[in-house]
Design a protein around this ligand. Structure first.
Ligand code: AN7
Length: 362
């Protein structure tokens, strides 16, 4: 055991973080202090426009509301807590961005060294700024995520540095808590879950969470799970590794998912399927969410809604509940947001000119 400090003050009755909230479902010793930033308990936002469009009661599980702006924090609180429990002093991951941001933050909190391997030029600015600001050693390689993951697997097997990619089973354990929250909020599992798929850890986690909650009597049913990949990074749709994955949704620019078999099993066993959406469809869904629902997510997250809009003419649970998981915040990738939006209007610092510009803008 370690000397990770437990705060001597309390935060009232409300449990702080997913370990405090769901400890009985997580593989931890009873006295292990949680390394937490208060992740989880994210909003389940009723999607009014999308509900009309699809003929279902659609909710958006807004994982952007986690401390570092993505769902990764649920898994990272577990992975880092376990690393500390095991006496680790350093952690390492490969990342398309969000894992590195989360690992860097939780490692900083626990006083661990953090090393992140990222694909050169293919990580969104917000995520990079987080990894750097939290003090991680950030190494960019001129290769993609899949190669970076091979490297960190190799290094963590030979050296005293703990792997915190979703190959780490504790990541899955932490991330399954989102399924618990959905059931706790809705009173049962939704009829359908829609989720983006990259390295396939998250779809695996949700499916595990829904099954465990049903087995323990907290839910009566299981959702049909639809998973969506980007068309340029769609190994689970093609049935083979994609050597040079390419997509605007850099978070899911992954050609050889570590938990691909589990993702396919989750889709199959639930009566669902994994399909793909183009970059244009992803960006259109991102804009629709921002402009019709007021919800800003990053491109990879919008794949879950792009898929519903694309394939929803058949197979949706009409009149029943449907949850789309929005995995990360739109602010993670401001460049992609600005590039696809109306340009800013420039104007002289003159009241009349401003009024004229407003009138002309319609
Ligand atoms: C916003 O950060 O793989 O299928 O290295 O950041 O569990 O991989 C991120 C993945 C979806 C896909 N949405 O989840 C990484 C990384 C967002 C993401 C995914 C990611 P998985």
């Amino acid at each position: 055991m370690t000397d990770y400090p437990v705060p001597s003050y309390t935060l009232g009755e409300r449990p702080f973080g997913v370990i405090a909230r769901y400890r009985e479902y997580l593989p931890l010793k009873p006295d292990t202090p949680a390394v937490t930033l208060g992740e989880g308990d994210t909003p389940l936002v009723p999607a009014l426009w999308l509900s009309q469009e699809l003929g279902c009661r659609v909710f958006l599980k807004y994982e952007a509301a986690n401390p570092t702006g993505s769902f990764k924090d649920r898994g990272m609180t577990m992975a880092i807590t376990k690393a500390v429990e095991d006496g680790a002093t350093a952690v390492i991951c490969a990342s398309t961005g969000n894992t590195s941001a989360s690992a860097a933050a939780y490692a900083a909190r626990a006083g661990l060294r953090c090393v992140v391997l990222i694909p050169e030029g293919k990580i969104a600015m917000g995520k990079l700024s987080q990894a750097l600001m939290h003090g991680a050693v950030a190494i960019a390689i001129d290769g993609n995520f899949d190669l970076a993951l091979e490297f960190v697997k190799d290094i963590s097997e030979r050296r005293a540095i703990t792997l915190v990619n979703s190959l780490n089973p504790y990541r899955i354990e932490g991330q399954k808590t989102s399924a618990f929250e959905i059931v706790d909020r809705l009173g049962d599992a939704p009829a359908m879950l829609s989720i983006p798929v990259g390295n396939a850890g998250n779809i695996t986690s949700y499916w595990k969470g829904f099954r465990e909650y049903k087995d323990s009597g907290n839910a009566q049913r299981l959702p049909v799970v639809w998973g969506f990949q980007a068309a340029g990074a769609n190994p689970l749709v093609r049935g083979e590794v994609v050597k040079n994955p390419e997509t605007v949704a850099t978070a899911i620019r992954i050609g050889n998912p570590a938990r691909g078999d589990e993702a396919l099993a989750a889709a199959r066993d639930s009566g669902g399927v994994i399909r793909d959406v183009t970059d244009a469809e992803i960006l259109a869904a991102q804009r629709l969410l921002a402009q019709k629902e007021g919800v800003f997510c990053e491109p990879a997250s919008a794949a879950s809604v792009a898929g519903l809009l694309k394939y929803g003419s058949k197979g949706l649970p009409k009149g029943d509940t449907l949850v789309a998981v929005l995995t990360g915040h739109g602010l993670k990738d401001p460049q992609t947001a600005i590039e696809q939006s109306q340009p800013i209007l420039h104007c002289r610092a003159d009241l009349e000119a401003v009024e004229e510009t407003i009138a002309n803008a319609g």
